[in-house]
Design a protein around this ligand. Structure first.
Ligand code: KG4
Ligand code: ZN
Length: 344
């Protein structure tokens, strides 16, 4: 059994956790920066980096204390090394390097997306490779085939906005504040999902990619028309998003018919409408459906520690001079897709 400290600082959550290779979350702490960023309606990179720098060192000390462990008890220190806001990533990675050097514990540099991709295996010991993964977060919207640790094939990505970004922008249009996803979900419960005619971008196209920029613009027009209640707009937006996910996944499944499980991860996986629709889709295809508990869906350090534990179990670690990477695709072989704002 190995013990891994994980550190996450790639966006607006500062987090540290200790996880064992036999799937025990020994201790974890997380501090969101919502208050710091709320006045700006989105994450401000410089403010995020400073907040991580202030919060991380005491948080790591507290997590070690919660667990009753010394640095020398650890088998590895895992930190997010990208992709993300580079200032924050560097705060976490440099801290991990310093601790690894001081304690002579191996360093493991984790791709944040790999943290999300493997997080369902922390919660579910039965989940074996391969699985189909829908990764839906604030920065990404991808369909991946996961064949093993480090073995990811990207089948689809967004050609413009990520789904979480579309939720956040919808929230902004409706004056719901930041972060927007949970607020849109809550308001959508009071609305009629059929009330506002909204587009389903790329639905019906042969490749399973996503596009949400047009949907967001349609939400803005619906709001400006003054003809709809905010609850109806929220519900109709959420329904359009779910319809896009189901259609795109159906296309992706055509190229991976041997995959027995559908797994969802990332912040938007916290959305109950999304979870419910995916569960139904998986049922229709006789696939298992796996969604991590809500606290493992949004950014956290347990998923980073767990990805470290998976890499540790396969004998991997990284040199102390490894660099932080603002961009770091999970599948380097994937072809770029053309779109307004291409995301790796
Ligand atoms: O994975 P995550 O915490 O951070 C990134 O790596 O991006 O995802 C954050 C995103 C935000 O866009 C947030 O609005 C969205 O996930 N989100 C939700 C819900 N909870 C979080 N979107 C829809 N419904 C939710 N309940
Ligand atoms: Zn994330």
């Amino acid at each position: 059994m190995g013990i891994v400290l994980g550190i996450e600082s790639s966006c607006d959550e500062t987090a540290a956790a200790i996880v064992t290779t036999d799937r025990r979350i020994v201790a974890q702490r997380i501090a969101s920066q919502d208050e710091e960023h709320a006045p700006y309606g989105g994450v401000v990179p410089e403010i995020a980096a400073r907040a991580h720098a202030e919060k991380l060192a005491p948080m790591i000390a507290a997590v070690m204390d919660d667990a009753g462990l010394e640095l020398s008890d650890l088998d590895a220190i895992a930190a997010t090394a990208g992709p993300g806001l580079i200032g924050g990533v560097m705060v976490g990675l440099v801290s991990a390097k310093a601790l690894a050097m001081a304690s002579e514990v191996p360093l493991i540099a984790i791709n944040h997306l790999e943290g999300h991709a493997l997080s369902p295996r922390l919660a579910d010991a039965e989940l074996e490779f391969p699985y189909a993964l829908l990764l839906v977060s604030g920065g990404h919207c991808q369909i991946l085939r996961v064949d093993g640790v480090g073995k990811y094939r990207r089948l689809a990505t967004t050609i413009d906005d990520a789904l979480g970004e579309a939720f956040d922008k919808t929230a902004k249009i409706l004056g719901l504040g930041y972060p927007g996803g949970p607020a849109v979900e809550k308001l959508a419960r009071e609305g009629n999902p059929q009330a506002v005619p909204l587009p389903r971008p790329l639905v019906g196209s042969g490749e399973p990619h996503f596009s949400f920029a047009g949907l967001k613009s349609a939400v803005l027009r619906a709001k400006e028309s003054g003809q709809h209640s905010d609850a109806d707009i929220a519900a109709s937006f959420q329904q359009a998003a779910v319809d896009c996910l189901l259609d795109r996944l159906s296309i992706a499944f055509d190229t991976m018919d041997d995959v027995p499980a559908l797994v969802v991860a990332g912040g938007v996986a916290a959305n109950q409408a999304v979870r419910g629709a995916l569960e139904t889709l998986a049922g229709e295809r006789a696939m298992r459906f796996v969604a991590p508990p809500l606290a493992l869906c949004t950014d956290n350090a347990a998923m980073i520690a767990w990805a470290g534990a998976e890499r540790l179990a396969s004998g991997q670690s990284d040199p102390l001079d490894i660099a932080a990477r603002p961009r770091w695709p999970l599948d380097p072989e994937a072809e770029p897709v053309r779109g307004a704002g291409y995301k790796a």
